[in-house]
Design a protein around this ligand. Structure first.
Ligand code: 5GP
Length: 190
């Protein structure tokens, strides 16, 4: 456990998610935004965020996988596209974390080409020190240091998304799949 540090408690996340919801409520008052979540990392964030927003909003999800590195870094393949057209919609793209910015930049270009009325980014975490392309993040939860994090949607090898808080992991190899002790550490810290 020594290599793992609790970065964000469930209470801190909940508090900030509530604040982001108030901002979105204010900005989209009188409108009906479409929140687009990027699967699978955005699921817990999206679920908590939308339940705090008192607007007639709708949801859709897109699933992507990245193609790789080098010249093709940031080129993503769409595994599951949106169900509906976004033409004329006020779209908020909801992402768990922005790291290099390549994924979201690609997706923004893809979505913009579909003619939404507006398109903004809402990201829970911003690892801005790693940024390669500047991303306009309209709604940002937390700035975090250059550390690999898991929990609250963020995974390692598909695991740990179901943790209620977010932990930083110095060495991802030290994660052994023991979700129980991590969950206990998060609960113990409040
Ligand atoms: P970007 O294209 O901005 O570099 O990458 C964004 C994606 O990389 C995120 O959606 C996420 O899947 C993954 N990612 C970046 N940093 C982390 C991290 O610290 N932890 C986890 N679990 N995934 C990350």
């Amino acid at each position: 456990m020594s290599e793992i540090g609790l970065l964000l408690t469930p209470a801190r996340i909940a508090g900030r998610v509530g604040e982001l919801a108030r901002e979105i409520e204010r900005d989209y008052a009188g409108r009906s935004p479409l929140l687009v979540g990027i699967l699978k990392g955005s699921v817990p964030f999206m679920a908590d965020l939308v339940r705090e927003i008192r607007l007639p909003l709708r949801l859709d999800f897109i699933s992507i996988s990245s193609y790789g590195s080098g010249a093709r870094a940031g080129v993503v393949r769409i595994l599951k596209d949106l169900d509906e057209s976004i033409a004329g919609e006020d779209v908020v793209l909801v992402e768990d974390i922005i790291d290099t910015g390549l994924t979201v930049t690609y997706l923004l270009a893809n979505l913009r080409a579909r003619g939404p009325a507006s398109l903004e980014v809402c990201a829970l975490l911003d690892k801005s020190v790693r940024r390669i392309i500047e991303v306009p993040i309209r709604y940002k939860g937390f700035d975090i240091p250059d550390e690999f994090v898991v929990g609250y949607g963020l995974d390692h090898d598909g695991l740990y998304r179901n943790l209620r808080g977010i932990v930083g992991v110095r060495d991802a190899g030290s994660l052994d799949g023991d979700i129980g002790s991590l969950a206990d550490a998060i609960t113990g810290a409040g």
